[in-house]
Structure formats: structure tokens, C-alpha cells
Write a protein that binds this ligand. Structure first.
Ligand code: NAD
Ligand code: TDX
Length: 342
């Protein structure tokens, strides 16, 4: 039995990944290490508490002593590193937590993983490190220069470079994935799709930045999790792999698809002040991961958005507890302590 340390496993993609790997790999245990910021929600993992192959530990990746203490009694074979501050708008307001977690935290985790001599370390990064594209530019490849435009993407680019440097200098067994925009169950309703679905369900305005013509490539979260796990199992050490959903859409297309499915009027759309430095377009060339590892995403946008709208409609309690902050009591109830402020 192999033990995988998953960081950030209480967040959106991390929690989907924890479920994915426990379901698809019988020979692994997961230790989920998460500090539980506002984005960490143990309700995403409800039902796993009694699974003998799952353990939750609470620690800040930027606090090396706390990480070591939290897993002192564990043999860590592999690391899959999701923990990050992830919301662009928050990074524009205040970048400090992004530098601490994404940059300092990633280096501390590299140091921990080196000391423990882990066999593989998958660093989960983003297409935003490549900057933005114009309407007719070719999609990002792994060779596209790193040109981040927001404090968030600059902090993620920094973390990628630290992993790259550790591979080069220390022969560190790092792998980097760069994925496009995810959507699906358990996404915090500050991000475009869950914000728009939850607002529409409450007949509240849908705030679209600028002209709504910015383009993102949307990937169903389960496809991203499957790709990360293919890289964990079979990726070549030291390599970068782009992951995409093959589903470019303007934000307006996305919002109209949600309203259409819910039978709500387009008059709910409210054009608001643009995000400063708003990247125009992201698009992923995923030919490397397809050719090298045989990965292709399975769920297209029409099917994915249908399932996502259905999930948020059926799980209103989940997002209402996020909006009211009631979800923050879960740790205390299950593990006997109060969550700190994120
Ligand atoms: P999220 O914000 O939903 O979750 C982040 C998790 O990390 C939370 O559980 C939080 O408590 C935890 N965390 C934050 N700071 C920590 C710290 N100092 N120590 C320990 N845990 C900490 O994020 P997400 O959307 O699930 O993204 C996960 C990863 O995937 C991030 O690295 C992000 O950059 C990357 N990514 C996200 C997307 C996307 O569309 N959401 C796309 C590409 C890449
Ligand atoms: O209220 C909104 N109105 C709006 O028009 C919000 C929250 C967003 N938007 C726009 C901005 C973007 O063009 O929608 C698009 C998507 O916005 P976000 O959901 O904030 O995602 P984005 O900025 O593209 O970044 C996401 O994808 C890459 C994740 O948050 C990152 O963690 C990931 O790395």
C-alpha cells in the first residue's frame, strides 16, 4: 500500500481528486493535509472520515515544523500538491497570502519531500502562468514563455520555477501540470460558474465583468483529476504537462448556457466594472499529454455544464452553508477544534 500526501485536499479540485484516487486505485492511502482557509471545506469529503485508507491532518504548508509534526508517523511515498490561494480577484486585493502559500509554501513542501525522499511530486499548476492570448493566437504549449499577468498567476509561476529548479539542482522527482479552468461539484461560489448558478437560483443579478467576451477553456473537474493521476503514475520526471478541456467559451456563452438550463431570463445579466488586468483568452494545446500518456478529456462543455447545474440545484444545502459560513463548524464537530481564519 502506497501513501500519497495530498495537499489542499479540502478544496474544490483536491477533494474531487481524493475521491477519484481512492475510487480508482485500490493500493493507495491518502493523507489529506490542509490548513482549512476559507476555501477549505471538509464537507466536500463527507463520508470518508471512517475510510481506513483516508486520513485528514491540519497544517500550513508554509510552516515546515507543522507539516513534519502532522505527518511524523507517516511514510510518504508520493506528493500531489494542490494547496494554494486560487482566486485571481483576491490576489488583486491583497497578494500577501498568495506569496506565503503559493511561493514560500511550495518551497517548504519541496524541502519536506526531499528530506523524506519521496518518489514523485506532482505540482498542480495553471495555464494562467503563460499570460493571455489574442483571439487568433495559437494555444499555449509547454514551450510558451511564462508571462503571468496577475499576482495569483505570478505566484503560481514562481512555484513552478521553484519545482523546476529543484529538479535541475537536486534531481528532485518533480512533475508539473498546467490546467485550464475547472468546473463541477464542490467549487467555491466565488468562481464564475458556481457564482452564476447560485445567484440565478436565487434570482439575483449575474455580475459579468467588462463585455463578457473573455474566453476560457473549461474542463470538467473529474477529467482534470484523471489527468493529474495519469501524470502521477506515468509522467516523466522533470516534465511539464498541459491539461485542457477542449471547450473554449466566452463568459457570456457560459452565463447564457446556465440561464437557459435553469429557465431564467437573460435580464439577470448585469455588466459590471472589468477586473483590472483581465486576461483576454486562455487556450490549451494538450497534444503532449495525449501523445505521451494517452490522456484525453471525456466530458465536453454541454454535458459538463448540464451536470454542474444539476449538481448545484440538487445540493443547495452545500452552497448555502458555504455562503452563510456554517461549513466552518465541520472541523470542530468532526475533529474537535475550531477552524482558524484563512
Ligand atoms: P481552492 O481554493 O478551492 O482550494 C485550495 C485548498 O488549499 C483549500 O482547501 C485550502 O484550505 C488549501 N490551502 C490554502 N492555503 C494552504 C496552506 N497554506 N496550507 C495548507 N493548505 C492550504 O483551489 P482549487 O480551485 O481546488 O485549486 C487547486 C489547485 O489547482 C491550485 O493549486 C490551483 O492553482 C490549481 N488550479 C486551479 C484551477 C481552477 O480552475 N480552479 C485551474 C488550474 C489549476
Ligand atoms: O463575478 C465574476 N464575473 C466574471 O465575469 C467572476 C468571479 C468572474 N468573471 C470572469 C473572469 C474570468 O474571465 O469569468 C472568468 C472566470 O473567472 P474565475 O472563475 O475567477 O476564473 P479565472 O480568473 O479564469 O481563474 C481560474 O482558472 C485558472 C481559477 O480561479 C484559477 O485558480 C485557475 O488557475
Amino acid at each position: 500500500m502506497k501513501t500519497i500526501l495530498v495537499t489542499g485536499g479540502a478544496g474544490f479540485i483536491g477533494s474531487n481528486y481524493v475521491r477519484h484516487v481512492l475510487t480508482t486505485c485500490e493500493d493507495v492511502r491518502v493523507v489529506n493535509l490542509d490548513v482549512l482557509t476559507y476555501a477549505g471545506n471538509l464537507e466536500n469529503l463527507e463520508g470518508l472520515e471512517d475510510d481506513p485508507r483516508y486520513r485528514f491532518v491540519r497544517a500550513d504548508i508554509a510552516d515546515a515544523g507543522a507539516v513534519e509534526a502532522a505527518v511524523a508517523d507517516e511514510t510518504v511515498d508520493e506528493v500531489v500538491h494542490f494547496a494554494a490561494e486560487s482566486h485571481v480577484d483576491r490576489s488583486i486585493e491583497d497578494a500577501s497570502a498568495f506569496l506565503r502559500t503559493n511561493v514560500v509554501g511550495t518551497q517548504a513542501l519541496i524541502d519536506f519531500a526531499r528530506a523524506r525522499e519521496v518518489a514523485r511530486f506532482v505540482h498542480v499548476s495553471t495555464d494562467e502562468v503563460y499570460g493571455q492570448l489574442g483571439p487568433d493566437d495559437p494555444a499555449f504549449t509547454e514551450e510558451t514563455p511564462i508571462q503571468p499577468n496577475s499576482p495569483y498567476s505570478a505566484s503560481k509561476a514562481s512555484s513552478d520555477l521553484l519545482v523546476r529548479a529543484a529538479c535541475h539542482t537536486h534531481g528532485f522527482p518533480g512533475l508539473i501540470t498546467r490546467c485550464s479552468n475547472n468546473y463541477g461539484p464542490y467549487q467555491f461560489p466565488e468562481k464564475l460558474i458556481p457564482l452564476m448558478i447560485s445567484n440565478a437560483l436565487e434570482d439575483r443579478p449575474l455580475p459579468v465583468y467588462g463585455d463578457g467576451l473573455n474566453v476560457r477553456d473549461w474542463i470538467w473537474v473529474e477529467d482534470h483529476c484523471a489527468a493529474v493521476d495519469v501524470v502521477r503514475q506515468r509522467g516523466e520526471l522533470g516534465q511539464v504537462y498541459n491539461i485542457g478541456g477542449r471547450s473554449e467559451r466566452t463568459n457570456l456563452d457560459v452565463v447564457k448556457a446556465i440561464l437557459g438550463q435553469l429557465g431564467k431570463p437573460e435580464s439577470l445579466i448585469e455588466f459590471v466594472k472589468d477586473r483590472p488586468g483581465h486576461d483576454q483568452r486562455y487556450a490549451i494545446d494538450d497534444s503532449k499529454i495525449t501523445a505521451a500518456l494517452g490522456f484525453v478529456p471525456k466530458v465536453g462543455f454541454d454535458e459538463g455544464i448540464r451536470q454542474t447545474v444539476a449538481w448545484y440545484t440538487a445540493n443547495e444545502t452545500w452552497w448555502q452553508r458555504v455562503k452563510s459560513e456554517a461549513y466552518r463548524d465541520y472541523y470542530e464537530r468532526m475533529y474537535g477544534e475550531r477552524t482558524g481564519e484563512g
